[in-house]
Design a protein around this ligand. Sequence first.
Ligand SMILES: Cc1cc2nc3c(=O)[nH]c(=O)nc-3n(C[C@H](O)[C@H](O)[C@H](O)COP(=O)(O)OP(=O)(O)OC[C@H]3O[C@@H](n4cnc5c(N)ncnc54)[C@H](O)[C@@H]3O)c2cc1C
Length: 286
Amino acid sequence: MEMRTQEELHGIVIIGGGISGLATALGLHKKGMKSVVLERSETLRNTGAAIAFFHNGWHAFDHLGVGDQLRAKSTLITEMHTKWVHKDGTGDVIPIGEEGLRCVKRSDIVDALADSLPSESIRFGCRIVAVETDPVTSFHAVHLEDGSVMRTKVLIGCDGSNSVVAKTLGLKPPNLFRTQVAQAVTSYPNGHGLSNHFLYLWGDKLLLGRVPIDEKTVYWFVVQEVNPKDFESKEDSRVVRDLTVEALKDCPAEVVEMVKRCRFPYIESDIMLHGTWHSVISVKGQ
Ligand SMILES: Cc1cc2nc3c(=O)[nH]c(=O)nc-3n(C[C@H](O)[C@H](O)[C@H](O)COP(=O)(O)OP(=O)(O)OC[C@H]3O[C@@H](n4cnc5c(N)ncnc54)[C@H](O)[C@@H]3O)c2cc1C
């Protein structure tokens, strides 16, 4: 990694180039305000599966100028179907209004936001290790892993659940949910043939969610209690798929088939969320 010897001075620094950091930078850019995003990874982290957004999320995308291009890649979902595996598949149909929700591949969101930013806005390979505030000037000193320091008038923390900025602000640590989520996108080259609904299927100690992204792709997730054994081989997509199929043994054949034919399922565990009043987005300075 290149050493940056001189201290840089910025108006606005955003830590973290995930969806929040990129969206914040784009929002500022739309208002004519320059910012720099510092991301610890060497490239955009556009992996993952997909995310479903209700209309408030789409209003935000519209304000950022990426709503139409993302809408074109997603199907409008107007109903939730909840079913219980052990009650012979009975359940409820819940309309979710005209505006409904839409699910988008995470890579499409990250790419749309990043492509709308000026090229020099994102700096990769910049892991922040500490942040401190000068009591006299109120400028924030951002310390990078390579030993360099950046000073900024405004610091915005978008660095996810283990946020360095949140720690500096003294926010409560995130809540830990002892669950694991296997998720992926499954493609159907000839179309999946599903209606526009979000399925919630409750099984024995698991929840399966399935939502069409477009006519040929479906996003799904399976939430279960953490099983440490599953994490011994969580890097191996094949093992993740086999374990998920096994967990779904009592579920309808169509959902088991959906999991069997996906390509890159992955497992996340111990989901960490900040409480409502301790958002991971923290604005310091002004
Ligand atoms: C790779 C990945 C895949 C995901 N896939 C899905 C999915 O398929 N479905 C779903 O619902 N949710 C997914 N999520 C979670 C989802 O993106 C987040 O819940 C949500 O979008 C919040 O985004 P965020 O920008 O606040 O945080 P994050 O997406 O966690 O982004 C935080 C960013 O900050 C960077 N960062 C953290 N610490 C530092 C530091 N000290 N210095 C510099 N940079 C730092 C991280 O590298 C990361 O890019 C995924 C997250 C990631 C990171």
